[in-house]
Design a protein around this ligand. Structure first.
Ligand SMILES: [Zn+2]
Length: 321
């Protein structure tokens, strides 16, 4: 089955290794090349997340380093890893020997450092998605961590949304505070995604989306990638298992329809995992669990990857000759 996950943080772990490891040699992580292969991953969005300690003055520097790590891995393993850059890269080609399509995403607009030129330069370097904020305020908008004082998109944030629409980049609203969320929906003429967020109805956490937000993402043709982090799955995170992920997916479908649910594991960005989904090798177990819950083969295929692919294919540009 075609599996396309919307969010992992493995590049962040590689960045901390200072070039000592790559995707193939990495051990002890949720994701490495062998584990992705055993899982049968077809495509993957790799996040560039810049930790707080680099945020002020070093965000762009750090993000560029992570762009290089991404491309160096693809250069080293061309049989295994191929970039996902253009609409023509969005094909469903199954088979365990096919290269994994790798898409680069910037998690948090901090790395733009207030410059629309930097957005265009990241696009030229192969970045095809941007999470508007992480949990804090940045030049674009406020993250969920700003609480009740959060406001919406700044003028620069609006400019970024418009330019992303023009370039053909996927807008990601995970981590974004609600005022900004609604502003993005108003401004964007393309479907948006929440790459790694869950339903607030099932788990009352600030990182999760209300049913109104899920419905709005569905209405614009976007997707929500279910996050495997126990603290976002259930109010009793110590009890979290794969069934809680199934519950979240079923809820996304109930509220937004079968076109809306996707995967956004957050592997290698989360300090705890649910029982039964300990690393990427376990991801395919969701297929049988979802079928057992009564979802049809066609709907399970959408959840596991086809929904996300649909949005990416719609948003990404045609390759320019
Ligand atoms: Zn995140």
């Amino acid at each position: 089955m075609y599996i396309f996950d919307a969010h992992i943080d493995t590049l962040g772990i590689l960045a901390e290794q200072n070039g000592g490891e790559d995707l193939a040699t990495l051990t002890g992580t949720h994701v490495n090349l062998a584990k992705m292969r055993r899982a049968g991953i077809s495509a993957q969005i790799f996040a560039i997340y810049v930790p707080d300690r680099y945020r002020h003055g070093l965000a762009l520097h750090k993000a560029l380093k992570m762009v290089d790590i991404f491309w160096e891995n693809l250069r080293k393993y061309p049989q295994e890893l191929q970039p996902l850059l253009w609409r023509s890269d969005c094909q469903i080609i199954e088979g365990n020997d096919m290269p994994i399509r790798c898409m680069l995403s910037l998690e948090g607009g901090e790395a733009l450092e207030g410059s629309i030129a930097n957005l265009r330069n990241f696009f030229r370097l192969g970045v095809r998605a941007l999470t508007i904020t992480w949990n804090h305020r940045n030049e674009l908008a406020d993250g969920v961590g700003e609480g009740k004082g959060a406001s919406g998109l700044s003028e620069f944030g609006r400019e970024v949304v418009a330019e992303m629409n023009r370039l053909g980049m996927v807008i990601d609203v995970s981590h974004l505070a609600e005022p900004g969320f609604w502003d993005v929906l108003d401004e964007s003429n393309q479907p948006i995604i929440a790459s790694h967020s869950n339903a607030y109805t099932l788990c009352q956490h600030r990182r999760n989306l209300t049913d109104a937000q899920i419905k709005a993402i569905a209405d614009c043709g976007g997707v929500v990638g279910v996050n495997f982090y126990p603290g976002f799955l259930t109010k009793q995170p110590e009890m979290a298992d794969i069934e809680h992920v199934v519950e979240q997916i079923v809820h996304l479908i109930d509220v937004g329809g079968s076109e809306t649910a996707a995967l956004g594991s957050d592997f290698d960005g989360i300090g705890a995992v649910p029982v039964g989904l300990e690393n990427v090798e376990k991801t395919p177990l969701l297929i049988s669990k979802l079928k057992k819950r009564g979802l049809s083969e066609a709907v399970v295929e959408k959840v596991m990857g086809k929904n996300l692919l649909r949005v990416v294919r719609q948003v990404l540009p045609e390759k320019s000759s």
